[in-house]
Design a protein. Structure first.
Length: 161
């Protein structure tokens, strides 16, 4: 996925006709108020998601995350794959992507395809847009929305790492 359209300015390393990693701490995103740059590290909000759903978000197949609780937070959100359960060929315990959380509302029947799950009682639909793959790095996950500090590299073009 080419995510250049969601960036206001880019610092891209070109090589072999394919873009290389972009250092997120040098970028301005649409919701730049939700990302703090401290030295070479970026501090941003994160959420842990179990596999295979984290990978489905990274692939673009899943654009709605569901939770039994709502949030007023809007902005950049680091997608972290939960450490458990461990599923063969799925990365766990690491940051995988950055998305924009643009809305949170009660889930409807129409959300089922984008959420990759059936409607359930008390479900909230977290609407995710502008997914950007990043160079994976280990993260100790927490419940809820939490802060992560790291020198995050965005992958523009192909590849997971």
């Amino acid at each position: 996925m080419n995510c250049v359209s969601v960036l206001q300015k880019q610092w891209i390393r070109w090589g072999k006709n394919e873009p290389g990693p972009v250092y997120y701490s040098h970028l301005e995103r649409h919701s730049h108020d939700s990302v703090d740059v401290v030295g070479n590290e970026t501090k941003m909000k994160a959420i842990s998601i179990k596999q295979p759903w984290a990978t489905m978000i990274v692939s673009g197949e899943k654009t709605i995350e569901t939770r039994t609780w709502s949030t007023n937070y809007r902005g950049s959100l680091l997608i972290v794959s939960s450490k458990n359960p461990k599923i063969l060929h799925y990365p766990t315990g690491c940051a995988m992507a950055i998305v924009e959380l643009v809305d949170c509302r009660p889930m409807t029947k129409e959300d089922e395809v984008s959420a990759c799950c059936e409607l359930y009682q008390g479900a909230y639909a977290w609407i995710l847009e502008d997914m950007m793959r990043i160079k994976r790095f280990p993260v100790k996950g927490w419940l809820g929305i939490y802060d992560v500090k790291h020198d995050i590299q965005v992958n523009i073009g192909r590849g997971n790492d």
